[in-house]
Design a protein around this ligand. Structure first.
Ligand SMILES: [Zn+2]
Length: 664
C-alpha cells in the first residue's frame, strides 16, 4: 500500500521535472487548439494549407518574426490566439499582445481571452489555469494583465497609450493591425522591440490589413522575405499567384480567375485542392534593401495573403467581384471610401487614390516647377514677393512647445488670395525661441508690420492671421492676440465630429496653468480638423489655375511641401464604419497646419464682406496700398524690436520628433 503510493508520487514528481517532448506549434495546435467562442462553443481547429507556415514559425529557430499582410477573414486572429495558447501552455512565456487602442484591448480581453479560459467552452488544456486569487482584496488579474497558475503571463497593451520606457522582458510580442497605430510616442513597434530587451530566441508577429502605401503594415512586410503564394492551375498545372487583375469581372465566367498561362477560367471550387499543392515563394526583383538580416539571411518571414485565398464565404470569388462593382460605382460618384476598404480588406493591399498620391512632397514639387501655370515665383532676378492676382494676404502661426522644450518655436506661413480663393504661397519662416517668453512674439510683431512688394510695384500688408492656441503656450497666445484682435486671432483645432472649418469665436479666458477658465476674455476660434483638412485637399486637387488653385513659389521649400499634406484618411475602428484624418508616424505637418490657419483667417475676413462682391471690392480698393477692411481697427502696440537673423528660411532644423522605427 505504502509502496504503491510512493511509486505513484514518484511518478508524478518525475512527470513534473521531465521536459516536454518537442512539438512544433503546428503539431500542438492541430492536437490541442480549439476555436472558442461564447456563442458557438468549442470547435476543433483545422489548419488550412496556406496557414501552415504561420504555425511553424514560432518553433522555427530561423524565424524571429512572422509578418502577415492580409485581407480580413483569413484566420490570422485565430493564429494569434493559437500563439497565445501555445506560449501559455506548452512553452510557458511572458506574452505581450499589442492592440491599436485601449478599447480594443478591453474587447480582446473580455471576448477572446475570457473565452479561451472559459470552464465550459474554453481550451481544455487551459482549464483552471487563470490565477484568480485575490491579493489585498482585489483580483490579482486585471483586464490587461493575466497571470497563470503555471507561471505564464499574458500582457495586453494599447499602442495609443503612452507608457514609461521601463524595460519589460516579453516574448512573444504580437502586434495587431499596426497600420492603425496612432501613438503619441511615435514609434510604437520600435519602442516595444527595445523594451523587450535581450531575450534569448525572441519571437514576434506583426499582422494586419494595410491602409495606405508605406504605412506600418507595409513597412513591416518589406522587412521580411516578402513571400507570395503560388497556386497550380487545375487545367495546365502552371504555378501562379491569385491576382486581382486575372479575376473575370463580367460575362458568363464572372467570379472565376483566368489562368495566366492557358487562359482557362478557374472556379472557386478548385481552391482547396490548389491550395494543398501551392507553395510560398519570393518573386524576383523585390526591393530587399530594408530586410532584417542575420548573416545575410532574412529572419523575418513575411507573407502577403492575396485576394481569394480565404475559405470564408464572404471571400468567395464572385462575392469579391460583386463588392468591387459597388465600390467602383461609389467612386464614380466621388466617394472613394468603399474602394479604399475594398483594396484594404478584400485584396489586403495598401491603396491611395490617384489624386491623393499626387499630394506628396514630390508630387507638389512637380507643380512648383510649372511656371506656365504661374508657379516658381518670383522668377529669376525679379525683386518682388507677391504675384499679380493676389488681393488679400493672411497668415498662420503654429506654436511649437514652450517653457524650454526641445524644438520650441513659432512656424509662420503667409498666403496670398485672389478671386475665387485662388491661392499663392508667399513666405514660410521659423522664429526660434520659447513661445512662453515675449521675445518670440516681439519678432512676430515685426513680421506683422512688414510691407510685401507686389509684382506691379505696389506694397501690401497682411490683413488677418491665426495663431494656434492649443499647445503649452496657450496663455501667451491668448495674451498676444487679446491686444491685437484686429490683426491676430487665437484658434484651436478640434477633432470633434461634424465641426465646420471654423466656428464662431467663443470668449474664454486662460489662466497661468493654461486652463480655460471663464467666459470672459479674448475670443478663441475652433477649427474643425476634419473639415479644414478636407478643404485643403479639395484645393490641392484643383489642377488648373483659377478658383481654389494653390500656387507654389520660391518660398515653398521641399520641406514645406512635404509638410503641406502629410495626412492620411484611415478607418477609426476595425469595422471601418468611420474614417478620420491622421498624421502618419514619422511625418510633420507644420506647413499644413499654418496653411489651414491662414485659410481660416481668409474665411473670417470674408465674413466682413458680402459674398458676391468681395473680390471686386478688394480689387477696386487695391491700388498701391493694402486693402482697407471694414470692421474694428485696433492698432497693435508699438514695438521697436530690432532683432535680426531670425529669418531662418524654413525648417530643416526642426526636431526630428518621430524617428524612423526601422533603425534597430
Ligand atoms: Zn492554366
Amino acid at each position: 500500500m505504502i509502496d504503491r503510493n510512493i511509486r505513484k508520487m514518484a511518478k508524478r514528481l518525475a512527470a513534473m521535472v521531465k521536459p516536454k517532448p518537442f512539438m512544433t506549434m503546428l503539431e500542438y495546435s492541430n492536437t490541442h487548439y480549439y476555436v472558442t467562442s461564447a456563442t458557438d462553443g468549442r470547435q476543433k481547429w483545422r489548419t488550412r494549407p496556406y496557414q501552415e507556415d504561420w504555425f511553424l514559425a514560432p518553433t522555427d529557430p530561423e524565424v524571429e518574426c512572422m509578418v502577415c499582410q492580409k485581407p480580413s477573414r483569413v484566420g490570422w486572429s485565430e493564429y494569434v490566439k493559437a500563439v497565445i495558447v501555445f506560449f501559455s501552455d506548452w512553452r510557458r512565456s511572458k506574452i505581450m499582445l499589442v492592440q491599436p487602442t485601449d478599447s480594443e484591448v478591453q474587447k480582446y480581453s473580455t471576448e477572446d481571452i475570457d473565452s479561451m479560459f472559459d470552464d465550459n467552452h474554453g481550451i481544455p488544456r487551459l482549464k483552471g489555469q487563470l490565477n484568480n486569487k485575490k491579493t489585498k482584496g482585489a483580483l490579482k488579474n486585471s483586464y490587461d494583465f493575466k497571470q497563470l497558475v503555471n507561471g505564464a503571463l499574458i500582457h495586453l497593451v494599447s499602442a495609443a497609450t503612452p507608457r514609461s520606457g521601463r524595460r519589460v522582458e516579453r516574448s512573444p510580442i504580437l502586434f495587431e493591425e499596426p497600420a492603425t497605430y496612432d501613438s503619441p510616442e511615435g514609434d510604437t513597434i520600435g519602442n516595444l522591440f527595445q523594451r523587450a530587451g535581450n531575450i534569448w530566441d525572441p519571437f514576434f508577429t506583426i499582422g494586419g490589413t494595410p491602409i495606405y502605401p508605406n504605412d506600418y503594415m507595409e513597412q513591416a512586410f518589406k522587412k521580411g522575405d516578402q513571400q507570395y503564394r503560388y497556386y497550380p492551375c487545375p487545367h495546365c498545372n502552371h504555378y501562379q499567384q491569385l491576382r486581382w487583375e486575372n479575376f473575370i469581372k463580367d460575362g458568363p465566367d464572372e467570379g472565376r480567375i483566368r489562368c495566366e498561362h492557358c487562359e482557362t477560367p478557374i472556379d472557386y471550387s478548385n481552391l482547396y485542392s490548389m491550395d494543398k499543392a501551392a507553395g510560398w515563394a519570393c518573386p524576383l526583383g523585390l526591393d530587399r534593401s530594408k530586410q532584417v538580416l542575420r548573416n545575410g539571411v532574412p529572419i523575418w518571414r513575411s507573407q502577403q495573403v492575396g485576394p481569394g485565398m480565404s475559405y470564408h464565404r464572404a471571400a468567395m470569388w464572385p462575392e469579391l467581384v460583386a463588392r468591387h462593382r459597388v465600390a467602383l460605382e461609389q467612386m464614380k460618384m466621388g466617394n472613394v471610401a468603399p474602394m479604399q476598404t475594398f483594396h484594404n480588406t478584400d485584396l489586403g493591399v495598401p491603396w491611395a487614390d490617384e489624386i491623393t498620391s499626387k499630394l506628396t512632397g514630390d508630387g507638389l514639387a512637380e507643380r512648383r516647377k510649372n511656371a506656365g501655370f504661374g508657379n516658381g515665383y518670383p522668377w529669376d532676378g525679379e525683386e518682388w514677393d507677391i504675384p499679380t492676382g493676389v488681393l488679400l494676404l493672411t497668415d498662420g502661426v503654429d506654436v511649437q512647445g514652450g517653457g524650454g522644450t526641445v524644438g520650441e518655436r513659432l512656424v509662420y506661413t503667409l498666403w496670398g488670395w485672389g478671386a475665387g480663393e485662388e491661392g499663392w504661397h508667399i513666405a514660410h519662416f521659423e522664429i526660434e525661441g520659447d513661445p512662453q517668453q515675449p521675445e518670440v512674439w516681439e519678432q512676430l510683431d515685426v513680421m506683422s508690420e512688414k510691407r510685401w512688394r507686389r509684382q506691379d510695384g505696389g506694397e501690401m500688408r497682411v490683413t488677418l492671421g491665426c495663431v494656434d492656441h492649443g499647445g503649452r503656450a496657450s496663455k501667451a497666445v491668448a495674451d498676444f492676440c487679446a491686444t491685437r484682435s484686429s490683426r491676430w486671432l487665437a484658434t484651436k483645432g478640434s477633432g470633434f465630429k461634424g465641426l465646420p472649418i471654423v466656428e464662431r469665436g467663443k470668449a474664454v479666458a486662460v489662466n497661468k496653468k493654461n486652463q480655460m477658465m471663464t467666459k470672459r476674455g479674448p475670443k478663441i476660434y475652433i477649427i474643425g480638423y476634419g473639415a479644414s483638412v478636407d478643404h485643403i485637399r479639395t484645393m490641392l486637387r484643383v489642377e488648373q489655375p483659377g478658383p481654389r488653385y494653390l500656387h507654389f513659389g520660391k518660398a515653398s521649400t521641399d520641406q514645406f511641401l512635404r509638410e503641406l499634406f502629410p495626412w492620411v484618411y484611415v478607418p477609426k475602428n476595425r469595422a471601418r464604419t468611420e474614417y478620420h484624418w491622421i498624421l502618419p508616424p514619422g511625418s510633420q505637418d507644420e506647413g499644413g497646419d499654418c496653411t489651414r490657419m491662414a485659410y481660416v483667417a481668409l474665411l473670417l475676413v470674408s465674413r466682413r464682406y458680402s459674398a458676391g462682391t468681395m473680390w471686386a471690392q478688394l480689387a477696386r480698393t487695391l491700388g498701391s496700398q493694402a486693402p482697407v477692411v471694414k470692421g474694428e481697427v485696433v492698432a497693435p502696440p508699438a514695438r521697436t524690436s530690432q532683432r535680426s537673423g531670425w529669418l531662418k528660411g524654413s525648417s530643416t532644423s526642426g526636431p526630428d520628433r518621430r524617428k524612423g522605427w526601422l533603425k534597430r
